[in-house]
Design a protein around this ligand. Structure first.
Ligand code: TAP
Length: 492
């Protein structure tokens, strides 16, 4: 086993405890703090100062003042700062990857190979979009000399979850800043470290004071203060459907547009003519990535009866071969669950699924001996049964999937669509024409073919039903969503 040693700069960052929060170009602290826990060992990494409602109010005030000039900057100036930020993220990639690995529990290779570089790319992508957008579009009408002007909203508020703190933050704030909005960000209380480090880089890149503000704080205190402040002009939330519904209600009262990116229970349909090895590898890889704490993962696997036994035995062998371990041990293939609370929830869901008739084909437990018993680990788990089981339909958010045997391809699409969510599904078949038909029939924001978790900047990633509304991420449409349209007209 190769154990990774943290860089001196990472040590220096976490030793500056309690970490301060950042607004109006300055670092602030409150008397209240929270312990940041390493899920691999349940030990305290550092402490973070929790922002209070008055801090949030002051941050919104500074973002409102900063908007007066930031909203009028040339797109090329904003793009230059975003590219500088991307350059700094790449420079400090090892530090950011280490922070993400110890805070979330994910294997260091995942953080180095995906979370951090993909976030840097996001700032570069939206820098380019900001530069090649037409901000005044002539309407060519007969009775009026008129055009549409695209204008940033003003202060945009962001609340993020704990599963991909750095990457999701980039997906949210890059288009908002590129479009000329100012931002106030509340990261999840469990995983604030990489977002606080990002604030340091934002400061170093030279963004004017007040343009970008980062305030960790409790959802029920700082989060409530942020979402309910009437000075915010746009709300963006990524997290659970339950909290998303509450935020939608609060924003509705203030008539603030809300972009809600919520939970999911993706289906994968493995047809009789699928390449079984590729399906097992692709779906297992997608499910076990980030220990299954991925909103868009597939956790209902509908497998055709003709390939079911082969598929299940290969998936079981794959799941049982996965090496659990600390994110910093470079041979770990899956890390711990991010929080103790989430680990306890997964255990409960599996027990309920079993009580409701599901068979546990492998996993279903947390390791209770040795080093792993100290952390929040959970074994890769295959459940099998009927899709009427509650946990075949509701999000578990862990390395657990539900296998369902089917016989009729037309009927299975209808069954897959009988679910409250609408985030991401996939279809597995060697018949590409059939794949496209099924992909279109599946009701979701994203339909993938012979792959699961497909991301590229420019490819819109959105949601429908209980998985969210009001936006989506990663495309030109996302950028346009951070601009309001105004008509300017004179009679001819
Ligand atoms: P939540 O419990 O919903 O928490 C998300 C964020 O909301 C946290 O920062 C939390 O603060 C804050 N919050 C809680 N109550 C609040 C309130 N009353 N007002 C304002 N903010 C409040 O979600 P989670 O457990 O962190 O994340 C897992 C969920 O996120 C899953 O359902 C997953 O599917 C979803 N998710 C969706 C996506 C997309 S793109 N659709 C991506 C990732 C995750 P505290 O941390 O202080 O509690």
């Amino acid at each position: 086993m190769k154990t990774y040693t943290l860089q001196d700069q990472t040590h220096a960052f976490i030793e500056a405890s309690p970490q301060k929060f950042y607004f109006n170009g300055e670092w602030h602290a409150s008397e209240k703090t929270i312990d940041v826990i390493d899920p691999a060992t349940a030990s305290v990494i550092t402490q973070v100062s929790l922002s209070q409602p008055e801090d949030v109010a002051n941050a919104i005030g500074s973002a409102e003042s900063a908007f007066k000039s930031w909203g009028k900057t040339e797109p090329s100036e904003r793009a230059g700062l975003l590219r500088k930020l991307a350059e700094l993220i790449r420079r400090d990639l090892p530090i950011l990857a280490e922070l993400e690995s110890i805070d979330v529990g994910k294997p260091i290779g995942e953080a180095e190979g995906f979370d951090i570089p993909f976030a840097a790319e996001c700032f570069e992508y939206f820098a380019g979009v900001a530069e090649d957008t037409e901000y005044e579009v002539d309407l060519g009408l007969e009775l009026t000399d008129s055009h549409t002007a695209k204008i940033p909203y003003g202060v945009s508020a962001f609340v993020f979850p704990w599963n991909f703190p750095f990457c999701l933050c980039a997906w949210g704030i890059a288009p908002a800043l590129a479009a000329g909005n100012t931002i106030v960000v509340k990261p999840a209380s469990e995983t604030p470290l990489s977002t606080l480090y990002l604030a340091k880089l934002i400061e170093e890149a030279g963004f004017p004071a007040g343009v970008a503000n980062v305030l960790p704080g409790a959802g029920s205190v700082a989060g409530e203060a942020l979402i309910s402040d009437p000075r915010i002009k746009l709300m963006s939330f990524t997290g659970s459907t339950e909290v998303g519904r509450h935020i939608g209600e609060v924003c509705g009262r203030n008539l603030v547009p809300a972009k809600l990116e919520l939970g999911g229970k993706g289906a994968a349909i493995v047809c009789s003519d699928a390449d079984v090895d590729a399906a097992v590898e692709g779906l297992s890889g997608a499910l076990l990535f980030n220990a299954g704490q991925v909103c868009c993962t597939a956790s209902r696997w509908y497998v055709h009866e003709s390939v079911y036994d082969e598929f299940v035995s290969k998936a079981k062998a794959h799941f049982e071969s996965i090496k659990l371990g600390r994110g910093l041990d470079t041979d770990s293939q899956m890390g711990p669950i991010c929080t103790q609370k989430q680990m306890a929830k997964i255990l409960e869901c599996v027990a309920e699924a079993q009580a409701d008739g599901a068979e546990v084909i492998c996993g279903g437990k947390r390791p209770m001996t040795g080093e792993l018993s100290q952390g929040f680990y959970f074994e890769p788990t295959l459940l099998a049964g009927d899709d009427s089981n509650k946990w075949a339909q509701e999000e578990i958010f862990g390395p657990v999937t539900f296998l369902i045997k089917f016989s009729d391809e037309e009927e299975v699409v209808e069954r897959a669509n009988r679910n409250q969510y609408g985030l991401a599904n996939s279809v597995w078949t060697q018949d590409l024409a059939k794949a496209k038909t099924i992909a279109h029939e599946l009701v979701s924001g994203n339909s993938w073919i012979n792959a699961h978790n497909v991301f590229e900047y420019g490819l819109h990633y959105g949601a429908c039903n209980q998985s969210g509304c009001g936006g989506g991420v990663n495309s030109r449409a996302t950028f346009e969503g951070y601009l309001r349209q105004m008509s300017v007209a004179a009679r001819r």
